[in-house]
Every structure is written in C-alpha cells, then in structure tokens.
Design a protein around this ligand. Structure first.
Ligand code: DC
Length: 220
C-alpha cells in the first residue's frame, strides 16, 4: 500500500481508539494524531498558568499561541512533553469543558487539518470523520458496550475490576459520552460513510487487523 492514506477513527471514551490508531499508524508508517490529547494538553497548560478553562476568549488565545507536536504516541506542547501529565481525572474534566468551546474547536480543527495536509496520517477523536476530515479515504467508528469500555479502562490503569470499581468507571464513561454526544458543536456521532466496528468481543489485535483490512480494501 503506497497511497497517501488519510484515516479517520472516531468513537466514545475507553473504546481503545488510541491503541488501535497508534498500531495502525505504525503498521502503515503514518503519523498518529491523537486529537483528544490536544484538548487535554491545552487544559493542562491552562491549569498550569492559573487560567480558567471556562473563559472562552482566553482559551482561544491560549490555543492560538500553543504549538503541538506529535511523536509516535507522545505529545509535546510548546516543546514540553505532557504525555503522562494529561491522564488525570482533573484533566479529564477540564478537557471536556474546553472541548465544548466553539472558538477553541475552530483553532484546533485548523491545526488538525494542517497535520493531515501531506497525507499519511491516522487521526483519532470524536469529530474526525464528520468535521475535521470529511474527505478522509477511510472512516472508522469504533464502539463497545459501556461495561466493556469500563473493563478496558480499569485494565489500562492496572486496577482490578471489582464490581464497585466497574460500576463507577462505567458511570463516569457514560456521563462523558452523554456530554460528547449531546454538545451543540461537533457532537460525537458516526459519519454516514464511516464503517462501524463493534469491538465488544474482539481483542485489540483483532480490531487492528479489521481496520487494516478495511484500509487495504478502500485504498488499493
Ligand atoms: O479522547 P480523549 O478522552 O483524550 O479526549 C479528551 C476530551 O476531548 C474528551 O472530553 C473528548 C474531547 N474531544 C473532542 O471533543 N473532540 C475530539 N476530536 C477529541 C476529543
């Protein structure tokens, strides 16, 4: 496969988009862009600078002034590697707030499109197939039941899946899904021409294989 692939992967929290998209990008020799990490690093920078993530014009300015670099699975903001720092409950909440601000989305969507300009990109998020890259050659929408996604989250964090932990994590994921699916700008939704992959009963390796076979079918 030598064509320049632009691959859009969307889906709800905890579905494994990041792991799948990174593996697909590595296999294809493409750049992996985690758009959620852009909202997260911006939230991290805002908090570090003592700014309010509810202040839209301030957040828009911050987004405009920030430089984002992706390096494999890592993200740098203004040259600072923030990969681990952005995976906390505080950043989960702050990023979800920032993601609701239309002016910030406009700035970040422009940056995301610029990353895809030269092709050879695997980009994942919530609105990639619908808004950011509507002409992507391949669009995939990954889904899984809330219970399965909660189990994956607990496994990722190295936590055991006691009944209480599972119920708590599943509830938090459903709350974030609700915010993502019902927000007025760029809500999480499957593009009409995206291929739905229900990953509930498939291993991550199996999902990667399925996505690669879709890419092969669409791009050869
Ligand atoms: O995928 P994630 O959990 O890292 O995303 C962080 C937040 O950003 C989450 O609230 C969803 C939101 N987001 C978004 O609105 N649009 C995207 N393209 C990616 C993430």
């Amino acid at each position: 496969m030598t064509a320049k692939h632009v691959i859009a992967i969307d889906g709800p929290s905890g579905v494994g988009k990041g792991t799948v998209a990174l593996a697909v990008a590595e296999f294809l020799g493409s750049t992996y862009i985690d758009t959620g990490a852009m909202y997260r690093t911006l939230a991290w920078k805002a908090i570090s600078e003592g700014l309010s993530v509810d202040n839209e014009s301030q957040m828009e300015r911050l987004a405009t002034q920030s430089n984002f670099v992706f390096d494999g699975g890592r993200i740098l903001i203004d040259g600072h590697d923030a990969t681990e720092k952005i995976r906390t409950p505080e950043i989960d909440n702050a990023a979800a707030k920032i993601a609701q601000l239309p002016q910030v989305r406009t700035v970040l969507v422009d940056r995301q499109r610029a990353f895809a300009e030269d092709g050879n990109v695997v980009m994942e998020g919530r609105d990639i197939g619908t808004v950011v890259l509507p002409d992507a050659a391949v669009k995939i929408f990954l889904d899984a039941t809330p219970n399965e996604r909660a189990l994956r989250r607990l496994r990722d964090k190295g936590r055991g899946s006691t009944e209480t932990a599972l119920v708590d994590v599943a509830r938090a994921l459903e709350e974030r899904d609700h915010v993502d699916r019902t927000r007025s700008v760029s809500p999480l939704t499957k593009a009409a021409d995206a291929i739905l992959v229900d990953t509930t009963n498939i291993s991550i390796g199996g999902v990667v294989e399925r996505v690669l076979s879709i890419v092969k079918e669409k791009c050869s």
